[in-house]
Design a protein around this ligand. Sequence first.
Ligand SMILES: Cc1cc2nc3c(=O)[nH]c(=O)nc-3n(C[C@H](O)[C@H](O)[C@H](O)COP(=O)(O)OP(=O)(O)OC[C@H]3O[C@@H](n4cnc5c(N)ncnc54)[C@H](O)[C@@H]3O)c2cc1C
Length: 490
Amino acid sequence: MQKALVWLRRDLRLYDNAALHHALKESEQIWVAFIFDTDILTPLKQGELDSKGLKHDRRVDFIWQGLMQIDDELKQLGGGLIARFGKPTECIPEIAKALGVETVFTNHDYEPSAIARDEIVQTSLEKLGIQFESFKDQVIFEKKEILTNSNTVFSIFTPYKNNWLKTLQEKDLAFYECNPKPGQLASIPKKLDLPFPSLESMGFCPTGIEAYLPPGSAGGQAFLEDFLSRIDHYQIGRDFPAIKGVSYLSTHLRFGMLSIRGLVREAHRRMLAGSMGATIWLSELIWRDFYFMILANHPRLVDGASFKPDYDNIVWEEGVHAKKLFKAWCEGKTGYPLVDAAMHQLNQSGYMHNRLRMVVASFLTKDLGIDWRWGEAYFAEHLNDFELSSNNGGWQWASSSGCDAQPYFRIFNPITQSEKFDPEGKFIRRYLPQLEKLSKKSIHAPWKVGHIELEAAGIVLGRDYPLPVVDHDEARKKTLVRYSVVKKVG
Ligand SMILES: Cc1cc2nc3c(=O)[nH]c(=O)nc-3n(C[C@H](O)[C@H](O)[C@H](O)COP(=O)(O)OP(=O)(O)OC[C@H]3O[C@@H](n4cnc5c(N)ncnc54)[C@H](O)[C@@H]3O)c2cc1C
């Protein structure tokens, strides 16, 4: 083949990239394109804007910076990134036609809206006589590659994981070489060489995310190296949000700045060498595959359906009071310090530790009686690593409606979770400095603290920090009644 276009989407790297590898193998000349999709970006621009009318969205900034790195890398190799702000269904066929390519190479995307988009692109390309080839790259095993003995899709994680591990072979973790020959990455023809869209021209402002989350493959690689020096202790540290126990790689993984095969290769090798931390971490990466698989096989989940249909009979709180409680949860003003500190972490950085995601999701659904879909939507808007499949899976797990969820009668106690997983109150103090002076015993439930200690800590409840918006024990009883409409236990 003479000419090909590689269309990057959520695989923003130039190494170990299946589509790029195949294009380089099969075509003499290659161009690389990325489209800032107006269908995705326009809805993000709703809500509060800055004084210049620009939206603050860390993800858009993160992607944009990662793509600038890719553009630089491509330029050093003689090419450059063809970047556009528009509709991929129009831009990709237009670019492919103008370049005169024979094939557009890309990697599979599994979300229903992305699948529909790709079908339109493929049809338009075919009308132009251009082929569309897509490859597995985002996951290790996709769709129906891991099945039960009776050839059905798994809905329970542990047997899925066992089968996943049993099925895994070296070829599944193959490294896709992406070494262009001199001149193979073609320079952009003049008529297509438009300026790289600036953040501002697309309606977004810089967010400063790079100060704590360095973008691109270089940023991801640096985080990975740091994590690999700690991976052997992952199983001990991963539940304590105050310490650096987890990898913080989810956002790089979300946008494909790191290769999932690379991460699994590393974890699997260390597991075989006996690292318990690597074994547990690999299990988390398999959860990611699991939720991708669940969504691919149950697309109805995208429309808000509970995995277990009985759970759609639950009547959630509605109306003014529910909205007030939801606002308190979003703003970190529930009066439960661990929940509030977690929400401040999310609002300030776009990240929330996994233990805390479980705690706040349980609190919203089982203490406040609010529909998990409200929380899912809030996370979708604020998480840097927002991933439809894992977010839906996580929320349905916490609210018990999911495929392999915790039983509905298991209700996290936000105080004991706090005492167990933030025993010194370090995490809480980081995000709620007004509670700084409370002792490590008192900080988990300030309303239980006597007047003298509160006064000595300079805290007036209701002024410096809210009183609890609900009583956990009463909320627990209400939740058991609310969930009694669910026919089957679990
Ligand atoms: C309510 C809720 C919502 C969630 N929403 C998302 C989301 O939108 N995007 C997202 O990537 N993860 C989500 N998770 C899963 C998990 O919390 C994050 O992946 C993790 O906190 C990311 O931090 P890390 O990279 O440091 O994780 P690590 O502990 O270092 O884990 C490594 C990687 O494994 C994967 N992983 C870990 N735990 C899970 C899990 N439970 N399910 C699926 N994959 C997992 C992620 O890709 C993660 O980056 C959610 C969990 C819950 C309970």
